[in-house]
Design a protein around this ligand. Structure first.
Ligand SMILES: Cc1cc2nc3c(=O)[nH]c(=O)nc-3n(C[C@H](O)[C@H](O)[C@H](O)COP(=O)(O)OP(=O)(O)OC[C@H]3O[C@@H](n4cnc5c(N)ncnc54)[C@H](O)[C@@H]3O)c2cc1C
Length: 439
């Protein structure tokens, strides 16, 4: 078998055959693996370059829709040890502060998720991956994607198991779920997300100080002038694995805190991010929130999905961050990657792809469904994100949200659910903007 990128001195030891090869075991890849195993007879192999459990720079915020998906994937018990996050506080650049409730999301089957959760990715991703193994997927960690070659009957993928050993994997389909710096994406010739559509953010884990007046059910989103159109966040979670400021049951009260910005806006050094985090912690003190420690700072990219690239490429599909499926306004990407992976398995099932061998048509149908469901929503979030570049707009929006609960609900629907821009709310913000501009 030919391999375009075969390096000198490496040994090609084995050829493994599977129906579906998934490259990347994050939420997108693991959800696709679980769903494919639950809904079909496909033999599934998942490779990831990392050993699990592994950390991933993230806000760890899981929106209400993920609660429904987790139920379908059989990992809903994960939420049992974490506080429900059903309220929010948004702070505008001019310090206008508005609080509200996120509101329930009702699934197609009628179940209700009253809010979201915050679970460290080290725990969440490992649980999803373990579930995919439990469902019968073959999981190969420590295996790194190198190249792929598609033909009429299937795909031959080369993965490196170590510096010297390579494994060839022959499959009917490949799913590229290898994240923001996707090598599957570049192997398909799909250009990386342009800088103007790519965010970058630093997250850290903070422990609340004993005298801190925080609320474990509240997400904080703080739009600071220096970060626009992005924001700083505080997402609380209970950590039973850490010693420290524990409650009566020995659970540490922690928060994932972070700061983001657009890649193209500035030279983002580690020192700059650390300073922004420090500024954010000082700003929270004005609201009575104090930390006793801040650690584990980590930075990574967020390819925004204002415009999705081509997803289905013959027998290969891009899903999750590999396909820029991140909401530009909220920075949320887990839900879209998990949903798209789950949708792919459902379409393969509905199209009887296992027996009919119509993989290419099914992938095309899947791409159409993903676009139909998410493209407008993501595009509208991109418009919202563009507007948030302007401090005046960001101030007026926060003030309008503070004055009008209906606008607040629509903004939350847009950012954290599957909402689109609401004309009446948009007009209200515009009116207020013109009124204040003319004063
Ligand atoms: C700082 C920050 C904060 C964020 N906060 C949130 C948030 O609060 N909520 C939210 O929903 N989203 C958030 N996001 C976005 C979210 O992290 C991503 O959208 C999500 O991780 C996408 O999942 P994925 O499965 O597509 O990719 P990933 O989670 O990145 O998983 C990709 C996997 O592929 C593996 N891989 C990579 N290269 C290879 C290779 N060559 N061979 C084999 N395996 C490979 C990696 O090891 C990894 O396990 C945030 C992102 C950042 C950077």
């Amino acid at each position: 078998m030919a391999d375009a990128n075969h390096a000198a001195g490496t040994r090609t030891a084995d050829v493994l055959t599977t129906d579906v090869l998934i490259v990347g075991g994050g939420p997108a890849g693991a959800s696709a693996a679980i769903s494919l195993r639950q809904n079909s007879s496909f033999d599934v192999t998942l490779v990831d370059k990392a050993e699990f459990p592994r950390d991933k720079a993230c806000g760890d915020g899981l929106s209400p829709g993920i609660v429904h998906l987790a139920r379908e994937l059989g990992v809903e018990t994960l939420f049992e040890n974490y506080p429900l996050c059903d309220s929010y506080t948004i702070v505008g650049p001019d310090s206008t502060t508005v609080s509200g409730t996120i509101g329930a999301v009702v699934s197609a089957t009628g179940t209700t998720a009253p809010g979201g959760y915050v679970i460290p990715r080290e725990i969440f991703d490992a649980a999803l991956l373990a579930r995919s193994e439990e469902c019968g997927a073959k999981v190969l960690t420590g295996h790194s994607f190198k190249s792929l070659l598609q033909d009429d009957e299937g795909v031959t993928t080369t993965v490196a198991a170590s510096q010297k050993d390579e494994l060839l994997i022959r499959s009917r389909v490949v799913l590229g779920t290898d994240g923001a710096n996707s090598r599957v994406r570049s192997a398909l010739g799909v250009p990386a997300t342009p800088k103007k559509r790519t965010g970058i953010a630093m997250r850290a884990y903070a422990e609340f100080a004993p005298h801190s007046k925080h609320d474990m059910n509240r997400l904080w989103i703080v739009f600071h002038r220096d970060l626009l159109p992005a924001y700083a966040w505080l997402f609380p979670f209970a950590n039973s694995h850490t010693a420290g400021n524990n409650d009566s049951e020995g659970v540490a009260q922690m928060a994932n805190i972070g700061v983001g910005c657009l890649v193209k806006d500035r030279e983002t050094s580690r020192a700059w991010f650390l300073q922004q985090l420090e500024n954010f912690a000082r700003q929270l003190e004005q609201h009575g929130i104090y930390f006793s420690s801040i650690s584990s700072e980590k930075t990574y990219l967020l390819p925004h999905g204002g415009k999705l690239p081509k997803l289905a490429h013959n027998r290969t599909a891009l899903i999750g961050d590999a396909a820029s499926m991140i909401n530009p306004l909220s920075g949320e990407g887990i839900y879209y990657g998990m949903s798209a992976g789950h949708m792919l398995a459902q379409i393969f099932f509905a199209e009887n792809t296992y027996s009919s061998h119509n993989e290419q048509a099914a992938l095309k149908k899947w791409e159409d469904s993903v676009r139909q469901r998410f493209a407008k929503h993501l595009r509208h979030n991109y418009i919202g994100h563009r507007l948030m570049r302007h401090p005046k707009w960001a101030n007026t929006l926060t003030q309008t949200i503070a004055a009008d609960p209906k606008v607040a609900d629509k903004a939350i629907d847009l950012m954290l659910k599957e909402g689109t821009l609401n004309f009446a709310s948009f007009a209200r913000v515009l009116r207020k903007l013109f009124r204040t501009s003319n004063k």
